[in-house]
Design a protein around this ligand. Structure first.
Ligand SMILES: Nc1ncnc2c1ncn2[C@@H]1O[C@H](COP(=O)(O)OP(=O)(O)OP(=O)(O)O)[C@@H](O)[C@H]1O
Ligand SMILES: [Mg+2]
Length: 480
């Protein structure tokens, strides 16, 4: 027989305890109850129930404190808080402390079973994920190209095929689909691998500077050209030059690139000397170059020169079978790079990821995983941690007394509700709260290491310090 599930319920009301025991007990599920928070803590530590459901108004200490104590000792516990009131503040605070759910008692007659099912399921997922072995290792310094879909297999084959030649390669695909990573792979697998790979973004550099960036300039070639300077072609002699966003290259420069491709020659800006180029060109764009050619915005002859080998990267939504592998890979990447413990991911969370259509492609998935790691309240990412609008389903939507918010079933939903509430009431200070939440999570996730927390948040250490001071987090972290 399957293992019996165990639920612990702590509530001051003996009628409530009797009712829930009756509702939830079955051959599969055993229920233990208590009306005392100290005893609840002892039982929890001894019996390790799958789920604890606790009232906020317990004594000698409240449900919130019980939650805090338990999660400090055992951070993967699933705790559902219940309350007759459910003020905005208590909802936020309980989510901050890592409650799985916060349910208003009034709604329990309708939602008890659904809430408990969701909580038990999360616990089962957590157990399954914790016992699974992580695959894939991550090179700390180098990104790998990950994928197992047929579409990506074609891409890998192309990278292999062009490795022995010096032919120009054109990579096309939507933003975030991995064009730069593929360009690096073309270089890394080629005979030029031990020479430099130099990338230049044609869209990011003003037209007047781009030519000198690419080809260099002689002293006095233009105002400000104080000395002679080598361009990217010279810098990566023998290596690979990645011309990113080539679709944005001005027409006049396109002809100079054509010259390099045809004759292997170029000159510095303002210089008469002809220099020989030994550079393999890999270009990328998310524009439709055929159309640009038709509209005379891109030179047709250059297009054919560059388009000798074309690698077309499919958008992520057309290869959803890669999502799981990529998610696992990014979890490893976050852990390795930030020197954090490696989180696991539940099957339901994978399903949420596989159900999204990823307009921002792999970059969006990577960002989602990074943010989820900051949000996570346990060692396993659950659907509630995935910041793409997914919620751990179950309870009936009900208004929380006084603040017009729906019953909160996840931290994401708490944030979403707050955003809605803030939109309705402009006096509500939402952004500072969110900022404080992120800062606190990052500090917790890094064990209070400011350098790593700042990195995780993408801010400087000085900004982090300022935030810690303004939000009083330093004090709070010292106490707990
Ligand atoms: N197949 C993949 N395996 C692992 N990581 C990937 C893969 N594809 C993309 N990434 C990661 O996703 C992010 C975006 O990829 P990349 O910068 O190569 O996209 P791009 O197509 O050049 O985007 P843009 O058009 O916006 O410049 C990078 O962090 C990259 O490492
Ligand atoms: Mg790019």
């Amino acid at each position: 027989m399957a293992r019996q599930q165990l639920i612990l319920i702590a509530d001051p009301d003996s009628d409530f305890l009797e009712w829930t025991t009756h509702q939830l007990s079955s051959a599969k599920t055993r229920v233990i109850t208590t009306s005392d928070s100290e005893e609840a803590y002892r039982i929890f530590m001894r019996e390790k129930p799958d789920v604890l459901m606790a009232e906020t108004h317990l004594s000698p200490f409240g449900g919130m404190e019980l939650l805090g104590r338990i999660r400090q000792r055992s951070p993967n516990s699933i705790v559902v808080l219940t309350s007759a009131f459910g003020t905005t503040q208590s909802v936020i605070e309980s989510m901050r402390l890592g409650a799985f759910d916060f349910v208003r008692k009034e709604s329990l007659p309708f939602s008890l079973k659904a809430v408990m099912d969701a909580a038990l399921r999360a616990q089962a997922e957590m157990r399954a994920a914790t016992s699974a072995k992580p695959q894939l290792t991550v090179d700390e310094h180098q990104d790998s190209l990950v994928g197992k879909s047929e579409a990506m297999a074609q891409v890998f084959k192309m990278v292999g095929r062009v490795s022995m030649s010096d032919a120009p390669v054109m990579i096309t695909g939507e933003s975030g689909s991995g064009k730069e990573l593929v360009a690096r792979a073309v270089h890394n697998y080629s005979q030029r691998a031990n020479k430099s790979f130099v990338a230049i973004n044609c869209a990011a550099i003003p037209e007047q500077l781009l030519e000198s960036e690419l080809f260099g300039h002689e002293k006095g070639a233009f105002t400000g050209a104080i000395g002679q300077r080598a361009g990217r072609f010279e810098q990566c002699h023998g290596g690979t030059l990645f011309l990113d966003e080539i679709g944005d290259m001005p027409l006049q420069l396109q002809s100079k690139i054509l010259r390099v491709l045809q004759e292997g020659e170029y000159s510095r800006v303002g210089g008469a000397t002809t220099l020989k180029s030994d550079v393999r060109i890999v270009a990328a764009t998310n524009k439709n170059l055929e159309q640009e050619v038709a509209e005379k915005k891109f030179r047709e002859d250059l297009f054919y020169r560059l388009n000798v080998v074309r690698i077309q990267l499919p958008p992520l939504r057309q290869r959803l079978e890669d999502v799981r592998l990529l998610a696992e890979y990014f979890l490893n990447k976050v852990a390795t790079r930030q020197r954090l413990p490696r989180l696991k991911i539940s099957e339901d969370a994978i399903k949420v990821l596989e159900g999204h259509n990823w307009p921002g492609n792999v970059r969006e998935l990577e960002n989602t995983i990074q943010r989820a790691c900051v949000f996570a309240t346990s060692d396993v990412l659950l659907p509630k941690d995935i910041p793409i609008g997914a919620v751990s389903g179950g309870s009936e939507p009900n208004d929380l007394r006084g603040c017009g918010m729906p019953t909160v079933v996840s931290k994401e939903m708490a944030i979403e509700s707050l955003i809605k509430a803030a939109e309705a009431d402009s006096s509500m200070q939402l952004l500072p709260w969110l900022e404080r939440e992120f800062t606190l999570h990052a500090m917790r996730a890094t064990g209070g290491n400011q350098v790593r927390a700042a990195k995780l948040l993408g801010i400087t250490r000085a900004t982090l310090r300022k935030r810690l001071e303004i939000f009083g987090i330093t004090r709070e972290m010292n106490i707990s």
